[in-house]
Every structure is written in C-alpha cells, then in structure tokens.
Ligand binder design. Structure first.
Ligand code: HEC
Length: 147
C-alpha cells in the first residue's frame, strides 16, 4: 500500500545500516594494523627479533630506494599475506615507510591499492635470493655490482 512502510524494507535498511557501522568498526588506522599484523615479529620499534626477524627500522628506506625494492616490500611474505585488504595494506606500507624509512623515504610515492593487489598475489618464495638480488645492485653508482 502506498503510504505504509513495508516492514521488509525497514528490516533491509536497518540491516544495511548495521553492516555499514560494522564495516566502519573493522577499518583500523595503519598504526593499529601494524600492531596487529607486523609488530609481533618486527617489534614496535621495528628492530626485529635477533637472528630471526630482520630489522626494518632504517633498512626499509634503503630497500625502497633500490630498483625492485618497492615490489620486494609488497611481495615479502609477512606483507603479502597480511590479514588486510589491498587498500589497508597500501596505507599500512605508506605508514611503515614514513615511520621507519628515515629522511630518504620522506617523499616516497604512495603505494596504490591496485599495485599492492597485483604484486601480493605473487608472494616471494625464496626471500633470501630475492634480497640478495636486490642488494647486488649498487644504487649509488647506478650499475649492477659484479657477481
Ligand atoms: C610471523 C612473523 C612476521 C610477521 C607477522 C611479519 N613479518 Fe616481516 N618478516 C619476517 C621474516 C622472518 C622476514 C625475513 C624474510 C622471510 O623469511 O620472510 C621478514 C621480512 C620483512 C621485510 C624485508 C626486510 C629485509 O630486510 O629484507 C619487510 C619490509 C617486512 N618483513 C615487513 C613486514 C610488515 C610491514 C609486516 C606486517 C604487515 C610484516 N613484515 C609481518 C617475519 C614477519
């Protein structure tokens, strides 16, 4: 009937509203996502855990400055497999780079959700080899170091 509110419509709207509120509650700021997704291993200070988890404080800026470094940061397993969607992960990476990257990373380009989404679906299997390749390139001289 015109003029009467359909109870199903009310229920649907109430459901949509609840869903919106719940989704909002799930979206945490990057600092919180670092605490829940990264900090257990890399520690709040980014210093890592001796002999097991590498330090990211300081070194992350150096990684980012290298050719292939940006891709490496997205594809390293702890990042690629984080329990965050692509947009949240891109925001988290921006935060991590600003927090631990040092002055050289201050004007780093923002990570894009599409970029993160594409690369994280190919997580690194042999991280040690990928890292060795990364650091085999001398970024300062702009040439590959001899092998
Ligand atoms: C379960 C422990 C663990 C968690 C959680 C974790 N990492 Fe890691 N991370 C590691 C280990 C171990 C390595 C060394 C490479 C490897 O074996 O995967 C590493 C490597 C890295 C590297 C590369 C450092 C280098 O010097 O090559 C970065 C950057 C990084 N992690 C960032 C993060 C971020 C950001 C998060 C959260 C989204 C995260 N990690 C979550 C354990 C973890």
């Amino acid at each position: 009937m015109a003029g009467r509110t359909d109870p199903r419509r009310v229920a649907l709207l109430a459901g949509a509203l609840l869903w919106a509120v719940a989704s909002e509650a799930r979206a945490f700021p990057a600092a919180t996502n670092y605490a829940t997704q990264c900090q257990g291993c890399h520690r709040a200070s980014g210093e890592g855990t001796a002999d097991i988890v590498p330090r990211i404080d300081g070194t992350i800026g150096e990684i980012l400055a290298r050719p292939g470094g940006r891709e490496y940061l997205i594809r390293v397993p702890g990042v690629a497999q984080a329990q965050l969607d692509d947009r949240e992960l891109a925001t988290l990476l921006d935060w991590v780079v600003q927090r631990f990257g040092g002055p050289t990373a201050a004007d780093a380009a923002a990570f894009l959700p599409e970029e993160v989404g594409r690369l994280r679906r190919a997580p690194l299997i042999d991280v040690t080899a990928a890292r060795a390749r990364l650091f085999a390139t001398d970024v300062r001289a702009g040439v590959a170091a001899p092998r």
